[in-house]
Ligand binder design. Structure first.
Ligand code: IPE
Ligand code: IPE
Ligand code: MG
Length: 284
């Protein structure tokens, strides 16, 4: 065997396995996970709900059955976020890239979307949930566009959970749109180019006014962000769960929140040190 091949093989053997979440089923003998205290919870959770297709295929069902099962998990996770006092929940439901799927799959997804909004809007509104759609609503088919605009208008003044649903969403498209809006504002004399800082830029994103994402969860074992919230995820903690989205439930969600609570978020600093800017101020 050639030396380089041998070292490659040895390297693979010692490479750590990806750090997925594995959950011991909650049984009478295994204690249920407990929710971290409120100050240890993320303010803004984003979820890439992935694996519906594989969930269905592994059961010999059509992919659309996986999407239908996925909406059940969605209900549960939205309710849990509301019960646990999460401030904002952003869910990736349909990307600009997802239009490349078959006509059957796209229309099944669009059908489920309408069904979902029609059946859930009363309860969400009652729970004071404020719905925001992240993405190009005008690029959606007309019945879906109407349902989305209606959901946003109806819940506009609600002050409970901020529920963001990314539909026809692409992260790069969102950044390009923000750049266009800023360019227009300069052209109209509303701002100077020098006024464009991070805060001004963020004010032109779909998530304007919301805190950055603290925790990103992706199901199905994939470890990528697939063009989801590139700006807002800049300092997010990431937790990957190997289960397919229809199998994601409150217990797994709670485990993800526990993993988040155990992370050490440093934001570039070092614990115990006084920031140099404060030192300078102290010296003057
Ligand atoms: C996520 O599940 C749902 C959408 C993208 C709409 P997938 O449909 O991507 O499921 P897999 O990844 O093919 O299993
Ligand atoms: C990301 O999942 C989009 C949604 C969950 C809506 P995909 O299944 O489309 O992502 P890739 O293709 O695996 O990157
Ligand atoms: Mg997928």
């Amino acid at each position: 065997m050639r030396f380089d091949k041998l070292t490659r093989l040895l390297g693979n053997a010692f490479r750590p396995k990806p750090e997925y979440i594995t959950i011991t089923p909650v049984t009478a003998s295994a204690p249920a996970p407990t929710l971290p205290p409120p100050e240890a919870l993320p303010r803004h959770v984003a979820i890439i709900m992935d694996g519906n297709g594989r969930w269905a295929t592994s059961r010999g069902l059509p992919r659309s059955a996986g999407h239908a099962a996925g909406t059940e998990a969605l209900r549960d996770i939205i309710r849990a976020s509301d019960d646990w006092g999460i401030e904002a929940l952003s869910l990736y439901a349909f990307s600009t890239e997802n239009w490349s799927r078959s006509k059957e799959e796209v229309s099944a997804l669009m059908g489920l979307l309408l069904k979902y909004f029609n059946s859930e809007i009363d309860e969400l509104d009652e729970k004071n949930v404020k719905i925001t759609i992240l993405g190009d609503v005008d690029g959606m088919p007309e019945p879906q566009r109407q349902a989305l605009l209606n959901a946003m208008a109806r819940t506009e003044d609600n002050r409970g959970l901020r529920l963001n649903i990314a539909l026809n969403y692409g992260g790069r498209a969102e950044l390009a749109r923000a750049a266009r809006l800023l360019a227009q504002a300069v052209k109209d004399g509303e701002i100077e180019p020098g006024d464009i800082d991070e805060e001004e830029f963020a004010s032109k994103l779909y998530t304007a006014g919301l805190p950055d994402v603290d925790l990103l969860i992706r199901t199905s074992g994939e470890m990528r962000t697939s063009n989801f919230l590139p700006w807002q995820l800049a300092y997010a903690e990431m937790v990957f769960d190997e289960c397919y989205w229809p199998d994601f439930d409150r217990a797994r969600y709670m485990k993800c929140l526990c993993v988040y609570a155990s992370r050490d978020r440093r934001f570039g600093g070092v614990k115990g040190q006084t920031p140099s800017t404060e030192k300078e101020e102290a010296a003057n």
